[in-house]
Design a protein around this ligand. Structure first.
Ligand code: ZN
Length: 156
C-alpha cells in the first residue's frame, strides 16, 4: 500500500495536488451546502461540494423522505446534479455533517452507497475531504475508502 497514516494525524493533511485555494473554497462550500439539507427526521444536516476536473464546484445536501429508504445523501445529490449536466470528470469532494444548526462535531464519512457512486465516476486518486471546519479536516483517496472497488470494467 502506498498510503501512510500521516494524512490522518493532522500534521500532513495537505498531501495532495489540490491547490490550497481550491481546498479552502471546497470546504467552505460544503459547510454552506448544509443549509439546504431537508432533514425533518434525523435533523442531521450534511453538505457536500464536488470539484470537477474543469474546476467547477457543484454542491449537494441530504434530502430525507418519510419512507426513509428514499432518502438521498448529500454526496449523491452533488454527483447526480453534475452527471445530469453531462459532467464526468471529478477531482475531489468535501463533506460536512452534523446536527442541524450546529457546527459539525465529528467527521462525516461517506456511506457505502456513495463510495460506490464515486467509484463509478472517479479515478482511484479522487480526493475525499471529511471536514469539521476549514482548519479541521481529514483527506483520503477513493481507493483508501473503497479498496478492491467494483466498477464497470469488472462486467465487460
Ligand atoms: Zn451516502
Amino acid at each position: 500500500m502506498e498510503f501512510s497514516v500521516e494524512n490522518r494525524n493532522g500534521e500532513d493533511q495537505k498531501k495532495t495536488d489540490l491547490p490550497d485555494a481550491d481546498r479552502a473554497a471546497l470546504i467552505q462550500a460544503a459547510l454552506e451546502a448544509r443549509n439546504g439539507a431537508y432533514v425533518p427526521y434525523s435533523h442531521y444536516a450534511v453538505g457536500a461540494a464536488l470539484l470537477t476536473d474543469a474546476g467547477e464546484m457543484i454542491t449537494g445536501c441530504n434530502i430525507e423522505n418519510a419512507s426513509y429508504g428514499a432518502t438521498n445523501c448529500a454526496e449523491r445529490t452533488a454527483f447526480f446534479k453534475a452527471v445530469s449536466r453531462g459532467i464526468r470528470g471529478f477531482q475531489a469532494i468535501a463533506i460536512a455533517g452534523g446536527m442541524e444548526g450546529e457546527a459539525p462535531a465529528d467527521y462525516a464519512f461517506p456511506c457505502g452507497i456513495c463510495r460506490q457512486v464515486m467509484r463509478e465516476f472517479c479515478r482511484d486518486d479522487f480526493q475525499i475531504l471529511v471536514v469539521k471546519s476549514t482548519e479541521d479536516y481529514q483527506e483520503y483517496r477513493l481507493d483508501e475508502l473503497l479498496p478492491f472497488g467494483f466498477g464497470g470494467e469488472s462486467i465487460r
